[in-house]
Design a protein around this ligand. Sequence first.
Ligand code: PRP
Ligand code: URA
Length: 212
Amino acid sequence: MALHLLDHPLGRHYVTRLRDETTRPEAFRVICHRLTGLLLTEATRELPTRPVRVHTPLEETEGEELSTYVVAVAVLRAGLGMLEPFTRLLPDVSIGYIGLERDEATAEAHAYYCKLPPVENRPVFVVDPMLATGGSAVRAVQRVRDAGATKIRFLCIVAAPEGLERLGEAFPDVPVYAAALDRGLDPRKFICPGLGDFGDRLYGTQINQSGL
Ligand code: PRP
Ligand code: URA
C-alpha cells in the first residue's frame, strides 16, 4: 500500500495546532479544512484532464479542464469536517456518507448509515480524519468497493501504524494520504500522541474539566 505523508511546513504547523488540547472547536474546524485542502491537492495530482480552447481577453489559447467527476465519501461523523475543501475546490463533486461508530468497549466499528452517489468509473476519495485500528477505514472502503468503485483513495489527518497495516492488508491498492504518522495506539485504541477524539473536538461534544 502506498502511503503519501504530507511533507510540508504548513502541514506540520496545522497538525500541531490540532494536537494542542487548548484548541477550541471553532479553530479546530478551520484548521481541519486547511489541512484537508493541503491533502486534497496532493491526492488529486493525478486526476485526468482534457485539452480545451479558451479565449483570454487578448487571444485564444489552449487550456485544460478536469475530464472526470469526482466523488468524496465522508465517514460520519468526524469525516464531515474534511468535506469543505472538496466542495470548494472540486467542481461538480458528488458527496456520499457512511455512518460508522466505534464501540467504546471493543473499539470495533459498526455501520448505521450509508448513502452513496454513483461511484463506478469515478475517482473516489474516502475521508476520515483518524486511522486508528483501521476497522472503520476497512468497512468504509469495502462499502465503496461493493458499490462498484475501483479508483479509491483514503485521506486522513492522523494515521497509526496499526491502521495502515490493517487497511493495507485488506486493500493493498488503496493509497493513503495522511498529514501525520503517529507512534501507535494506547490500550483504549486511541492514537498516541494523537489529538484525542476528533469528532468530539470538531463538534464540541466533550465536557472538559471546567464543565464547558
Ligand atoms: C473515529 C474516527 C474514525 C474511527 C477510527 O470515529 O473518526 O471513524 O474513530 O478508529 P478505527 O480506525 O479504530 O476504526 P468514532 O467511531 O469515534 O465516531 P465519530 O466520528 O462519530 O466520533
Ligand atoms: N478516533 C479518534 O477520534 N481518535 C483516536 O485517537 C482514535 C479513534
